[in-house]
Write a protein that binds this ligand. Structure first.
Ligand SMILES: Cc1cc2nc3c(=O)[nH]c(=O)nc-3n(C[C@H](O)[C@H](O)[C@H](O)COP(=O)(O)OP(=O)(O)OC[C@H]3O[C@@H](n4cnc5c(N)ncnc54)[C@H](O)[C@@H]3O)c2cc1C
Length: 392
């Protein structure tokens, strides 16, 4: 991209043969090649987002070790800390996120706060110079392996629901944190319930000001939706390969389905290129909501067509216990490449893509209201103090 990038990549290439992954990844951060669009000195070189992607591709092809950092740390916590964290937060967290020395999870959803995330009832009360956190979170990916968490908690129940929340960074090994893994339909256990019982979190681990939690959680979900369109796409080549190998399945109806998937994959790629070319403008944010819906539903359809092509073979390597063992390994914390999942795990895992990071119904509401100018969703609690709103 620039001569500065070429020089940094060359320095890194000299380190590659000998060094262990963490020092190489640390050097990658120091050279500004961790997130090239971040600021200089903070793992980046201040490049445009589309150039950042180009650099990542070059690094991958030259055999850089893959970080063990999970999706939340690598994409969401890093962007939030980079954009709104104090200088001390940036010093403390960014490099260790990238090297995978710290693992992060995101404690947002609760039994009564999923689509209606602003209804969070986990409380945080200031006691001296620490906040006491109490409540229950659910669907927390990577909680089992994480040592740090982003927590959304209610600090003021008297104002409206959106105004009374604050964001914290929390030590997952602090007294009072209990993680209870949930077993999934495919045998795996990638997410957990997390119970917080008087967990003391120093005020220095608050992100942003009290009451700014909603804005910060939208920053996170925006990054998650934006990243999802990249991460969710499983290349169509695997399906084409399997279909070509089974010539006897060349029925017109199935050929039609496979061709449709190929066309969809191209539309998704072109949309993603358009989104990248727009940088981080408002239109790009709207396109990312569209892309999240489109890519999740594309991969779900792709796995359904793959199931027809493979038939009973789909189940040959399906093993409930192997899936659990895979998820228990600390290596499973690393951001997953969905293209590497077995067809069986992909079929079940892809169902969750239209739920995580905000459901596709909610994304369609956002697209309808903000892009198409349709009438807004019904909001019975608008303008009312959170504590006065009836809830189950
Ligand atoms: C794989 C996976 C990983 C996850 N990881 C995390 C994580 O790490 N951290 C975290 O905090 N959360 C996580 N989640 C939780 C996720 O964000 C929530 O599941 C999601 O926001 C939906 O909330 P809910 O499950 O409570 O469903 P609900 O909000 O109860 O929704 C139930 C159904 O009603 C629909 N619905 C609700 N309100 C409306 C409306 N106004 N208009 C139209 N339809 C509506 C929904 O679309 C959905 O179909 C994860 C979820 C999954 C599946």
């Amino acid at each position: 991209v620039t001569s500065e990038v070429d020089a940094a990549i060359e320095t890194l290439a000299h380190m590659l043969p000998a060094a262990a992954p963490v020092p190489v990844l640390g050097a990658q951060y120091d050279l500004g090649l961790a997130w090239p669009h971040f600021a200089v000195g903070r793992g980046g070189l201040g490049l445009a987002v589309e150039h950042s992607r180009e650099v990542r591709t070059r690094l991958r092809t030259m055999g850089m070790p893959v970080t063990r950092a999970g999706f939340v740390g690598l994409h969401q916590a890093s962007a939030l800390i980079h954009d709104v964290g104090s200088e001390q937060d940036k010093d403390r967290y960014l490099r260790r996120i990238f090297t995978g020395e710290d693992q992060w999870c995101q404690l947002f959803s609760e039994p009564g706060a999923g689509s209606d995330l602003a209804n969070v009832s986990t409380s945080a009360e200031l006691q001296g110079d620490a906040w006491a956190l109490n409540g229950q979170k659910v669907w927390t990916s990577n909680a089992r392996h994480a040592n740090l968490a982003l927590v959304l908690a209610r600090t003021d129940p008297v104002v409206t629901k959106h105004q009374g929340m604050t964001m914290f960074i929390m030590d997952m090994h602090a007294p009072g944190v209990e993680v209870r893994p949930l077993r999934q339909a495919d045998g795996g256990a990638r997410f957990s319930e997390v119970f917080l019982d008087n967990v003391l979190t120093p005020d220095s681990m608050r992100l942003g000001m009290p009451g700014q939690g909603w804005g910060l959680s939208m920053h996170i979900l925006g990054t998650e939706r934006g990243g999802a369109s990249d991460v969710f796409v499983v290349p169509v080549d695997g399906l084409l390969d399997q279909w070509r190998r089974r010539r006897h399945l060349n029925a017109p109806a199935l050929r039609d389905d496979v061709t449709r998937m190929w066309i969809e994959s191209i539309v998704i790629r072109l949309n993603s290129e358009r989104q990248q070319a727009l940088g981080d403008s408002r239109e790009a944010a709207l396109l990312s909501a569209v892309a999240k819906v489109a890519t999740s539903e594309y991969t779900q359809r792709l796995s359904s067509v793959l199931a027809v092509v493979l038939g009973p073979e789909m189940l040959v390597h399906a093993d409930y216990d192997t899936a659990l063992a895979e998820d228990l390994s600390p290596d499973s914390a690393a951001a997953k490449d969905f293209a590497t999942l077995s067809p069986h795990r992909l079929a079940i895992r892809s169902r969750a893509m239209s739920i995580e990071g905000g459901t596709n119904e909610i994304s369609r509401n956002i697209i309808g209201e903000r892009t198409l100018g349709l009438p807004g969703d019904v909001r019975v609690d608008k303008g009312r103090p959170w504590r006065d709103v009836a809830r189950a």
